[in-house]
Ligand binder design. Structure first.
Ligand code: FAD
Ligand code: NAD
Length: 464
C-alpha cells in the first residue's frame, strides 16, 4: 500500500476545494487535493458554466428566430437553424479551457493533485482509490469539499427519459417535448433555454408559484416572460410518475384531478443534496444538520482539524459561497484570524429576465424587526433598458429608516446579474442611500436605475 503525507488534504476540486488549495499554497501550506472526477467540480463541468453557455446559445438562436419574423429593429434573416451537436462542442470547449486553467493554477502553486475517489479512514487519514491502486494519505488538516448531487424522485428515478441537469446540459439531440419538474433555479434556467431552442416545455411545480425562494414582485416579470415564450406552467401540482409506457408524466392538479403531460424527456430539478454518504464520512460521526455537515463561522466541523465547505454544508448552494469559504479556511489554517460573516450573499437566477437578490428584502427586514424604507425604479423609465429592448423589471433598494444604511438590493431585468457587484460592494462598505444618490452613474446604463432607486428612497427621484 502506498502512503503520502501532507499538511492540508482537500477532498473535492470544485470551486470550494480548488480555491482553498490555491490560497493555502500561496500561504506556504503543503497542500494535496483529491478528486475522482474532473477538476472544477459541478460548477465548471456540469453546473454554472455549461448552463450559462447553453443559455447564451439559446438566447442567440431565439434572437435569430425573431429576426426571421417581423423584427422591430428592421433586421431580417432567413430560416435560422441550430446544430445542437456543434453548440454542445462549443460549450465543452469553454469547460475544457476553464478546467484546464484550474489544473494549471494548481500546478503553478505546487499543489499535489491526486485523481481518485477518497474514502475516510479517520479524521487524519484518507484512502484514495484509483484504477491503479489505493493510496493512504495522512494529514494535519482535512478539508471536506465533495459538493452535492441532484435529488432523485424515488418513484421516477434518473435513467432513460428521466434526466438531471447533467444530461440536459449535453443533449445529443433536442427532444420535441420536455417536461420539467421543479420551477426553481435549474428548472427555469434550463427550461427557458430549451424553449428558446424550439422545444415544447411544460414546467410542473409543487407550490403555487415559480421561484419560491424569491419574492413575488421579483418573479412576476419572469412569469410574464415565460408566458410570452409559450412555456406551460403547472403550478401547485404534484408529479405522480410516468404513465404505463413511459411516454407521459402523470400529474395531480391542486383540485385533485389527474392529467398526463406527453414527454420525450423529463428533467427533474427538485433540488440538490449534500454528498454526505458513500465515502465513509459517517464514520467520523460529525455533528450534522440533516444531511449537511454542521459548521461554525470558521467552517470548523465538530471534529478538531476537520473542516467543511461548499454544498456539503447546505444552503445556499452557490459557487461563490464555496469559494469564499475555501479561501477563508486556508487563511485560518495559515494562522490568520478570519470569520465567515458576509453582510450579504448575492443570489442570481439566470432566467430571462434575470433576478438578483443581495442582502435583505423588505420582507426579511420586517421579520428582523427593522424599520426600513424601500423604493423601486422601473426599467421602463431607463433609456438604456429601452435601447436593449428590455424595459421590463426594476431595481429596488432597502435601507434603514434612521441611518439610511443600505441593507439590501433586488433587481429583475435583462443583464441585471452584472449589477450584483455594485449591490454587494455598497452593502459590504456600509454605504448609505446618499452615497449612491451622489455617485455619478454613467449614461446611458442600467446602473442609472440603481442611483434612481436610491434617490427615490430619499424622496427625490429625477426621472419618474
Ligand atoms: P462541487 O462543485 O460539487 O465539487 C465537488 C467535487 O468533489 C467534485 O469534483 C467531485 O468529483 C469531488 N468529490 C466528491 N466526492 C469525492 C470523493 N469521495 N473523492 C474525491 N472527490 C470527490 N452556483 C452559482 O453560484 N451560480 C450558478 O450560476 C450556478 N449554476 C448551477 C447550475 C447547475 C445546473 C447546477 C447543478 C449547479 C449550479 N450552481 C450554481 C451551484 C454550484 O455548482 C455549486 O454550489 C458549487 O459547484 C459547489 O461547489 P463545491 O466546491 O461545494 O462542490
Ligand atoms: P431549487 O431548490 O432551486 O428548486 C427546486 C424546485 O422544485 C422548488 O421550486 C420546489 O418547490 C420544487 N419541487 C420540489 N419537489 C417537487 C416535486 N416533487 N414536484 C414538483 N416540484 C417540486 O433546486 P434546483 O433548481 O434543483 O437547483 C439546486 C440548487 O443548485 C439550487 O438551490 C442552487 O443552490 C443551485 N443552482 C444555482 C443556480 C444559480 O445560482 N443561478 C443555478 C442552478 C442551480
Amino acid at each position: 500500500m502506498k502512503t503520502h503525507k501532507t499538511t492540508l488534504l482537500i477532498i473535492g476540486g470544485g470551486p470550494g476545494g480548488y480555491v482553498a488549495a490555491i490560497r493555502a499554497a500561496q500561504l506556504g501550506i503543503q497542500t494535496t487535493l483529491v478528486d475522482g472526477a474532473e477538476l472544477g467540480g459541478t460548477c465548471l463541468n456540469i453546473g454554472c458554466i455549461p448552463s450559462k453557455a447553453l443559455i447564451h446559445a439559446a438566447d442567440e438562436f431565439a434572437k435569430a428566430q425573431e429576426y426571421a419574423g417581423a423584427s422591430a429593429l428592421g433586421i431580417r434573416v432567413q430560416s435560422p437553424q441550430i446544430d445542437i451537436g456543434t453548440t454542445v462542442k462549443w460549450k465543452d470547449g469553454i469547460v475544457a479551457k476553464l478546467t484546464g486553467g484550474v489544473g494549471a493554477l494548481l500546478k503553478k502553486h505546487q499543489v499535489t493533485v491526486i485523481k481518485g475517489w477518497a474514502s475516510i479512514v479517520d479524521g487524519k487519514t484518507v484512502a484514495v482509490t484509483s484504477a491503479a491502486d489505493t493510496l493512504h494519505i495522512s494529514c494535519a488538516h482535512l478539508l471536506l469539499a465533495p459538493g452535492s448531487l441532484p435529488v432523485e424522485l424515488p418513484f421516477m428515478p434518473f435513467g432513460g427519459r428521466v434526466i438531471s441537469s447533467t444530461e440536459a446540459l449535453s443533449p445529443a439531440s433536442l427532444p420535441e417535448k420536455l417536461v420539467v419538474v421543479g420551477a426553481g433555479y435549474i428548472g427555469l434556467e434550463l427550461g427557458t433555454a430549451y424553449r428558446k431552442l424550439g422545444v415544447a416545455v411544460s414546467v410542473v411545480e409543487a407550490v403555487d408559484r415559480i421561484l419560491p425562494a424569491y419574492d413575488i414582485e421579483l418573479t412576476r416579470p419572469v412569469a410574464a416572460a415565460l408566458k410570452r415564450l409559450g412555456v406551460a406552467l403547472h403550478l401547485g401540482c404534484s408529479v405522480q410518475g410516468l404513465n404505463a409506457d413511459g411516454t407521459a408524466v402523470r400529474i395531480r392538479n391542486s383540485d385533485g384531478t389527474d392529467r398526463e403531460l406527453a414527454a420525450d424527456q423529463v428533467l427533474v430539478a427538485v433540488g440538490r443534496r449534500p454528498r454526505s454518504s458513500g465515502w465513509a464520512l459517517e464514520s467520523l460521526q460529525l455533528d450534522m444538520d440533516g444531511r449537511c455537515v454542521r459548521i461554525d463561522d470558521q467552517c470548523r466541523t465538530s471534529m478538531s482539524g476537520v473542516w467543511a465547505i461548499g454544498d456539503l454544508t447546505g444552503e445556499p448552494m452557490l459557487a461563490h459561497r464555496a469559494m469564499a469559504q475555501g479561501e477563508m479556511v486556508a487563511e485560518i489554517i495559515s494562522g490568520k484570524r478570519r470569520h465567515f460573516q458576509p453582510q450579504a450573499m448575492p443570489a442570481v437566477c439566470f432566467t430571462d429576465p434575470e433576478v438578483v437578490v443581495v442582502g435583505k428584502t423588505p420582507a426579511d427586514a420586517q421579520s428582523a424587526g427593522l424599520d426600513v424604507v424601500s423604493a423601486s425604479f422601473p426599467f421602463a423609465a431607463n433609456g438604456r433598458a429601452m435601447t436593449i429592448e428590455s424595459a421590463d423589471g426594476f431595481v429596488r433598494v432597502v435601507a434603514r429608516r434612521d441611518t439610511h444604511q443600505i441593507l439590501g438590493w433586488q433587481a429583475v431585468g435583462r443583464g441585471v446579474s452584472e449589477l450584483s457587484a455594485a449591490f454587494g460592494q455598497s452593502i459590504e462598505m456600509g454605504a448609505v442611500l446618499e452615497d449612491i444618490a451622489a455617485t455619478i452613474h454613467a449614461h446611458p446604463t442600467l446602473g442609472e436605475a440603481v442611483q434612481e432607486a436610491a434617490l427615490r428612497a430619499l424622496g427625490h427621484a429625477l426621472h419618474i
